[in-house]
Ligand binder design. Structure first.
Ligand code: SAM
Length: 434
């Protein structure tokens, strides 16, 4: 397919997603089935266009003064891909399979309109109902922060030190353009192109032997900031597929006791294979069986409980641009309730002098600082560890990292704009010694 034909396909797909109100992933899958002649390069390129339109859904419509599928694709080419009006016009030449030529109005919008007069939620591409919450955390910087949250994310890997050494793995992944991430001593980053093509890390020998895992640098840092140590008893209370469990296991160097559980056994399903590939032998997986408490044998004995809380995932919008627009206030309310419950459960598991590491991949204050304030008010035996102390686990990078985060008396917040990671909030709460 020519670049112009790919553009036509993207316009059709956006119209389908709008018209049928279906998730983009489903629309792309169905398109692939109906167009078997399209090669993998075409599919990736078209998927990249569709995801980029969803990233810039509001701003592209504003730029074009038109929210049709075609207008938003054209607006995205200007805003997200930086194409000139001439380059866009060359793609839309009206030839076979190409989009129709630009109208005078489209030409004028692409050449003359800007986002200067757009309201913050439009310029920053986020749902309007979240404007108050984003203003509370970012103030006047919310457009810039949200725009970074709308940008394409790189592929981050974590070197599993139980199976490999960062410098050796870096050298063996040089052919993929891997380089060290800025903050995590275990992080490697591969920048992805506009075509949404996966570089196939799962087929790399390093992945097969368990020396690397796919994990955003922010998620790696959240685990590192919990400061899990060899010999400790550590509980991962919301372990899910085990991304952070694996990181904790490597920090513990196979020594001590790691327990992974989750309220949903289906979320835990992949963890068995991942732990085995990563060479982890000290992890006890507790999948729920009916209503019984999976941790009924544990009473105030854990050194560390990681609460990787269920959240709205606003910090991962750059990886899920579709989900961003489908988020509703009701979903936030449910998450807030879940978070308070998990935190209260964690409090009973921690030993005197032990700690809870509370983590969300959200930037919303209600899920972060407000949740911690409510927890410490209800549990006066817990105190927030100052962010500067928490960041000290990053040694020589601690000061610069701290400066790049938003710190408060409740914890620290990483964002795509400031730390180049997904948005992650981390708060470490220490329980008073007996
Ligand atoms: C952010 S995800 C976990 C991601 C995972 N830790 C990782 O790093 O790959 C949150 C998890 O919390 C679980 N969850 C929700 N409510 C819970 C509860 N009340 N107790 C324990 N887990 C819960 C969800 O099933 C989900 O797997």
């Amino acid at each position: 397919m020519t670049p112009a034909a790919r553009l036509s396909a993207a316009i059709d797909l956006i119209a389908t997603i709008d018209g049928q109100r279906i998730p983009a992933a489903k629309a792309l899958k169905e398109w692939g089935t109906a167009h078997r002649y399209a090669g993998s390069g075409d599919r990736s390129a078209i998927a990249g266009l569709v995801w980029d339109v969803l990233r810039r859904r509001a701003s592209s419509a504003f730029l074009m003064d038109d929210d049709s599928a075609r207008a938003r694709v054209l607006g995205m080419l200007r805003i997200e891909r930086g194409l000139t009006t001439e380059a866009i016009a060359a793609l839309c030449d009206g030839g076979r399979f190409a989009p129709e030529p630009l109208t005078d109005a489209e030409h004028a919008a692409l050449s003359g309109r800007t986002l200067d007069a757009a309201p913050p939620h439009v310029a920053g591409d986020y749902p309007e109902w979240l404007d108050g919450a984003l203003a509370e955390v970012f103030g006047d910087e919310r457009v810039a922060e949200a725009a970074a949250m709308a940008s394409r994310a790189p592929l981050d890997l974590r070197v599993n030190t139980l199976k490999g050494k960062p410098d050796k793995v870096l050298a063996s992944l040089a052919h993929l353009g891997a380089r060290a991430t800025p903050w995590s001593p275990l992080g490697l980053r591969i920048e992805l192109g506009a075509d949404a093509r996966n570089p196939g890390v799962q087929a790399e020998p390093d992945f097969i032997k368990g020396a690397i895992e796919v994990q955003d640098e922010g998620s790696q840092l959240a685990a590192l900031l919990s400061a899990a140590k060899p010999g400790e008893q550590v509980i991962d209370l919301c372990a899910g597929a085990g991304g952070k469990t694996l990181a904790l296991a490597a920090m513990m160097q196979g020594k001590g006791r790691l327990i992974a559980t989750d309220s949903d056994k289906r979320q835990l399903a992949p963890i068995h294979e991942r732990l085995s590939r990563a060479g982890v032998h000290n992890c006890d997986i507790r999948a729920p069986k009916g209503p019984a408490d999976t941790l009924s044998d544990i009473h105030a004995s854990a050194d560390l409980v990681l609460v990787d809380a269920p959240c709205t995932g606003t910090g991962t919008w750059r990886r899920n641009p579709d989900a961003k627009w489908r988020m509703r206030p009701g979903a936030l309310e449910i998450r807030l309730k879940d978070q308070a419950e998990v935190l209260a459960r964690a409090a009973a598991l921690v030993k005197p002098g032990g700690r809870i590491a509370y983590v969300t991949c959200s930037v919303l204050p209600a899920e972060n600082g407000a949740q911690i304030k409510a927890f410490t008010a209800a549990h006066p035996d817990f105190a927030v560890t100052p962010p500067a102390e928490v960041a000290a686990t990053l040694w020589d990078k601690a000061e610069a990292f701290l400066a790049a985060t938003r710190t408060s008396s409740e914890g620290l917040l990483m964002t795509p704009r400031k730390t180049g990671t997904d948005g992650f909030f981390v708060s470490v709460l220490r329980k008073a010694a007996a």
